[in-house]
Design a protein around this ligand. Structure first.
Ligand code: PNS
Length: 159
């Protein structure tokens, strides 16, 4: 049984994240999406809100669960008996940061491996930050995230 964690900020989840979650769920027995709540970033959505949104948009995938976590991703992996951390790679600009993080994590926890899934081409440009910026200026974000996420952003931004 191979358990994978997919840690991230997910503020909020996009179709790019969902693409990684779906693909990871077909490669691993169990995928636990970890929502980091103690990040230095000031998120638009609270940890609980991000978890609730993720739970709703993944409720059709039986081997995916969603949890909130604080602290190190490797500790979240170890606490959940996961041998794998999944991360999505969009472009070469992601690579340096992701490589450094994967190598640091491997030093901290040699039994936990990071596996990268390259983001599907149609979502290669997409990030939660871009989506929030487009929304804030009144742009159409319906191609970036499921309708309930679009609605949650509109409510949060009073659009
Ligand atoms: O969605 P993001 O913001 O790209 O996710 C980044 C995340 C949460 C995976 C990363 O910041 C992280 O793992 N933070 C927890 C602290 C940690 O474990 N740092 C890694 C040591 S370099």
């Amino acid at each position: 049984m191979v358990i994978a964690v997919y840690p991230g900020s997910f503020d909020p989840v996009t179709y790019g994240h969902l693409d990684i979650i779906y693909r990871a769920s077909s490669s691993f027995d169990q995928v636990i999406v970890g929502v980091l709540c103690n990040s230095a970033k000031s998120p638009l959505f609270s940890g609980e809100e991000r978890v609730n949104i993720l739970k709703k948009v993944t409720d059709d995938i039986p081997n995916v669960t969603v949890k909130q976590f604080d602290g190190l991703s490797v500790n979240f992996a170890i606490e959940n008996q996961a041998g794998v951390i999944v991360r999505g790679l969009r472009a070469v600009t992601d690579f340096e940061y992701e490589l450094q993080m994967a190598q640091t994590n491997r030093v901290l926890a040699p039994n936990v491996d990071t596996i990268f899934l390259t983001t599907s081409l149609e979502y290669a440009y997409l990030s939660s930050t871009t989506m929030k910026e487009v929304a804030a200026f009144g742009g159409d974000i319906s191609k970036f995230a499921p309708p309930l996420v679009v609605e949650a952003i509109r409510d949060k931004m009073n659009l």
